[in-house]
Every structure is written in structure tokens, then in C-alpha cells.
Design a protein. Sequence first.
Length: 298
Amino acid sequence: MTILGGHALALKVAQALQELECFDLRVLSAMKASRQECDFDELNSFCSTSNVPLIVGDSSELVREVEQTQPDLVVVTGWYHIIAPEILRVPKYGFVGIHHSLLPKFRGGAPLVWALLQGETLVGSSLFKLDGTMDGGPLLHQWTEEVGESDTVATVRERIEGQIRIEVGGVIQDWTAGRLVEHPQSTAGVSYAPMRSSEDSKVDWSKSSDFLTRAERALSPAYKPLFCRSAMGLEFALRNVRPSPSSCYGKPGVVLNYHDGWYTIKCGQESDGVICQLDPLTKEAESSVPLKIGRLLN
């Protein structure tokens, strides 16, 4: 059996399957990226101590490895490439993928971020059979998790992956033993989401205070934080965002008040606004705080 894809979730799946002692494992992992270095080191350490072969390469090299070794099953985690149909037919039990959404919702990139941005109160992860489409293959199993008011993308993902770590071994066993029935995804409620870039974290002051509160939690701490820029281009991260208890008027993005480290900033429509803290993201920005009342932020 082969595990193909990213580092952190691949480690949890590999640990779960290795504990069953009934699969001959190997791990194919994407090249080490700086922001995932710690995750890669943990995966590398596990494979080394558990005598699990670890092959590191780019996407084309890893796919060729699958073609050459012809495993019975490939479990895909954190993989962002469409795999050709002729490769999908190589393993006896196919390719199965883990995608952090309740498919058919949020097919594509950064699904948990998009789910929290949209105010979803129930999120999860799906185990599905790859069929050459983007996250559109038949479902094998789903894990669900409720979103609390204080949850961030990191806390939700930790709980979801905790469930996966406990249960995925048994689910995979059921699939290879023929005890698991695949179900086509519903054609209703399909949604798509793109990968996110650092610039996507820039605040949109026209959005409501509720949306901006969700946005901070959806990005923290896995992505670049929700941030704004001054007229001079200095960047500040928004922290502890919440709706303002006071009515706010003026142009969206204008600083209305500052007291004891907290800013009141106009956003959204009518009298909407937020209170938050602003952390300078550069040394140049540090010298400009606290920002003056009346300053317009972008």
C-alpha cells in the first residue's frame, strides 16, 4: 500500500495503517517545503524508525513511482494534482483520497478555510475514490465536526484529523475487504473553492463585522493572518476581531477610536464596525503605532 501526498496528514495515516500490521507500506511525499519543514521531519523520522520506505520527489516523479511499483491501493493526502485515468487504474483497489470537506461541498483548495469563511457550522473530511475529476469521485466515508464560536481553522482541523487518525485504519481495511460500499456524490449542493494566496488574506472593509470575525478565525494560524495596509503600504495583522458594540459611521476602513490597545474601525454597511488589535507585520510598521484616529486603512 502506498500513501501519496502531503506531510502532516500523511504521517497520521501512515501511523494508523502501520499499527494494524497488515499492510506493506511505502510513503511518497512531495518535496520538502520550508513552511512544512517540521511536518516533513516528523514524517521522515517515523518512516526511518518504522522501516517504512519514504520516496521524496515532485508530482511527476511520484506518479511514475506508483506506475512502476503497482501497489494494491494508494491513499492520497494533501495532493493538488489531477491523476491521469490510466494511472488510477493501476492499483487493484484504486486511489482513495482524503479531502477536508463534506463533499460535494468545497471541492478544490483550502476547503476548511472556505467553510469557515462561509459560516458553516458543520464541517468535516471525506474519504472518496479518485475518478479523474476534481474531488468528484464516489464517497466511501465521512468524518464530521461541529464548529464552535472560538474555533480556528487549526483547532477544527486538529479535531478532524484526530478522528481520522483513530478510524482511518479500520475504514481502509473495510474497503480492501469489500465491506465498504461506495456512494456517488450528490449532484445537489456542489461548490468549488480555489487555492488561497497570501494576498487573499487582505481585509475587505466592505464586508460585515461577522464576516471579518470569521475571516480571522478561518486563517489563524495556518495561513497569513487577516491583514490591512496603511496608505504608506505598511501591513498590520488584525487580531481578536469582534463586532463593535457601538454604532460606527464613515468610510469603510477608517479608524474611529483607539483605547488601551484596541481599535474601532468602520466596516460593512450602515452602522456596522469592528473592534480589534493591530499587530505590525514589519519593523517599519512598528514605528507607526498606535495609528491615529481618522487614518484610512486599505
